[in-house]
Design a protein around this ligand. Sequence first.
Ligand SMILES: NC(=O)c1ccc[n+]([C@@H]2O[C@H](COP(=O)([O-])OP(=O)(O)OC[C@H]3O[C@@H](n4cnc5c(N)ncnc54)[C@H](OP(=O)(O)O)[C@@H]3O)[C@@H](O)[C@H]2O)c1
Length: 351
Amino acid sequence: MTLRVIQWATGGVGRAAIEAIDRHPELELVGCWVHDEAKDGVDVGVILGDDPIGVLATTDKDALLAIGADCVVYAPLLPSTRDVCAILRSGANVVTPVGWFYPDADQGSRVEAAAREGGTTLHGTGLNPGGITELHPLVFSALSSAVTFVRGEEFSDIRTYDAPDVVRDIMLFGGTPEEARSGPMLDLLSAGFLQSLRMMVDVLGFSPDAEVRTQHEVAVATAPIDSPIGVIEPGKVAGQRFAWEAVVRERVVARVAVNWLMGEEHLDPPWAFGPEGERFEVEVQGDPPAFVTIRGWQPETVAEGLARNPGVVATAVHCVSSVPYVVAAPPGIATYVDLPLVAGRAHPDLA
Ligand SMILES: NC(=O)c1ccc[n+]([C@@H]2O[C@H](COP(=O)([O-])OP(=O)(O)OC[C@H]3O[C@@H](n4cnc5c(N)ncnc54)[C@H](OP(=O)(O)O)[C@@H]3O)[C@@H](O)[C@H]2O)c1
């Protein structure tokens, strides 16, 4: 049986999700919501720069939901709890990289109620959060007894992220250190990464009284740095590190961190990726320990990343791969703890 899927928004994640839906043997794209009025009525294939595929994008949410899809891959720039509730009540399941990875009662009760009303399921997944910062450390933790520490961490060149408005106006790269430190980024990121941290603490059974600590450090340019948001002038923000840690009896037991640099030159402090380069890391301390480095989710060059960033693609594919499992799940919010193993699918030529 083929599952009917709607794609919600056609940014980087949305476009990659449309490709992944097309390649998935159990899925069919039947609709697409767009925010941009200029894309209203345009064939989705054309939005991707390809031939028409016979599915027209629309800004009309009600008409879209009336077509009766099994699932929506929900990837807009700004999430709307109201829209997610409307989708769930309409009878369509939701898979999304924008939140609800491991929501507490405050974050989850409205959507949970809507899902139960619609007999549908909501699943938050992605890459970071939604993979490297909780799922993958938990997967590897199963091979260690007496776990004392888990970690998921990203080391990336932020110049490869094709969202100049976000990098400049929300992350506040290129601004003063004071602006970055007092900006909204720590709170915005914490909304997702604290869910990752709490999932690891809960699932591994660390003390529920674990104290949470957050860190936000800034590096400035020491010389002009070329970037997609323009030249970063000396003294302005060219690197940021964020970390969230759970601490039990003065021991850090779980750590989630991101290291985003505008390249590796002319930074003060002189942060660098080191000989290992850009990567994602997973660490488990226990018996035995595990140390995992993941490559492939970062582009080879800045230009390649701006054209199609593999980390964004991985985020989208993780959502799409989850669709059959989420459609089959009981109504409510389904986290990684609730779902069975989610896997990809073979290339059509090899199936
Ligand atoms: N968990 C993870 O690992 C992860 C990773 C990457 C991204 N994300 C999240 O996934 C979402 C999509 O990321 P992206 O990289 O695809 O972003 P993006 O390239 O900036 O695209 C977002 C799309 O959202 C739509 N949009 C624009 N303004 C909007 C508004 N005011 N309200 C609602 N929608 C609006 C547009 O769709 P149309 O062009 O179709 O009109 C736009 O193309 C973001 O919320 C991002 O934070 C999560």
